[in-house]
Design a protein around this ligand. Structure first.
Ligand code: SAH
Length: 267
């Protein structure tokens, strides 16, 4: 039995996570006991009667900051209960979140995500933080939406969460390439037909076509990913054909000829 993965979200808006926990893959994973998501309300860890979580910024300037005390107290509370979490804080300048980062996090047993609000958090909180994480070059009004994005991407990588693990392998970025196009029934809709190879029943050919389409999409949209992808000799032949503007059928017909002019690392 896999060890359960636990997320603890430090937030002043725990209600953000109610919907997330109750729908789709995440709710099923929680029910199966594969993952737990606990929103920890920082207000519960304040020490004054007004339950103050924020305060003004030293040195002046607009806006408020999250106080360090509730965050440290929430962290100590987890430690005292025997937890030993990997601690993330959401920050616009943090390490850029991507599929590789998600894979790394899917291997951690316990993760805390500290969600900033207002102008952010008191810098001293960084003494308990393992990594700062950003979901992109834009400013959100709080870390909660970033935490949702991070958890969603990580949870689906936990073994047994997604029913068919082949679907994970076919996802964009999983092998460094973008995904191939997919179709469902009907095979013809408003005159638009599904590519005939997909209804041919020839599984080897379908696999080849899907690889071709993945490579083509990556070449067209994200050439930078090709530099890092683990490409086979056949992939390079396909890329040579794609670069030359050939169709999949052309590639099948002229493969030998294309192979002769294919060099490694030529895209
Ligand atoms: N004053 C900060 C912005 C604060 S935004 C600055 O100058 O950059 C409020 C909070 O939202 C931040 O503390 C952070 O927790 C979260 N946040 C904003 N943008 C984010 C992003 N791109 N990725 C992750 N978290 C973000």
């Amino acid at each position: 039995m896999e060890k359960k993965k636990s997320f603890f979200i430090f937030t002043i808006f725990p209600q953000f996570f109610d919907c997330f926990k109750n729908v789709g893959i995440v709710s099923q994973a929680i029910k199966k006991g594969l993952v737990s998501v606990e929103a920890i309300n920082l207000r519960d860890f304040t020490s004054d009667k007004h339950k103050t979580v924020d305060d003004v910024v030293y040195g002046g300037g607009p806006g408020m900051l999250l106080k360090p005390e509730p965050i440290f107290r929430a962290y100590d509370y987890l430690k005292e209960k025997g937890h030993n979490p990997y601690v993330l804080i959401t920050e616009p300048w943090g390490r850029k979140f991507n599929q590789e980062f998600a894979k790394e996090l899917s291997k951690k047993d316990e993760i805390v995500i500290i969600c900033g609000r207002y102008e952010g958090v008191d810098e001293r909180v960084k003494t308990i933080v393992d990594e700062e994480v950003s979901i992109g070059d834009f400013i959100l009004s709080g870390g909660e939406t970033a935490a949702l994005v991070i958890m969603d991407a990580v949870i689906r990588l936990i073994p047994k969460v997604v029913g068919d693990e082949n679907s994970l392998r076919a996802d964009s970025f999983s092998d460094g390439l973008l995904g191939y196009p997919n179709y469902t029934r009907p095979s013809e809709f408003m005159g638009l037909k599904v590519p005939s190879v997909l209804t041919s029943g020839n599984h080897k050919l379908i696999e080849k076509w899907r690889r071709w389409e993945s490579l083509k999409r990556t070449f067209l949209y994200r050439k930078d990913l090709l530099e890092k992808a683990n490409l086979s000799d056949e992939d390079l032949i396909m890329l040579e054909a794609i670069k030359g503007g050939l169709t999949f059928d052309d590639y099948l017909k002229k493969r030998k000829e294309i192979k002769k002019r294919t060099k490694r690392k030529n895209f």
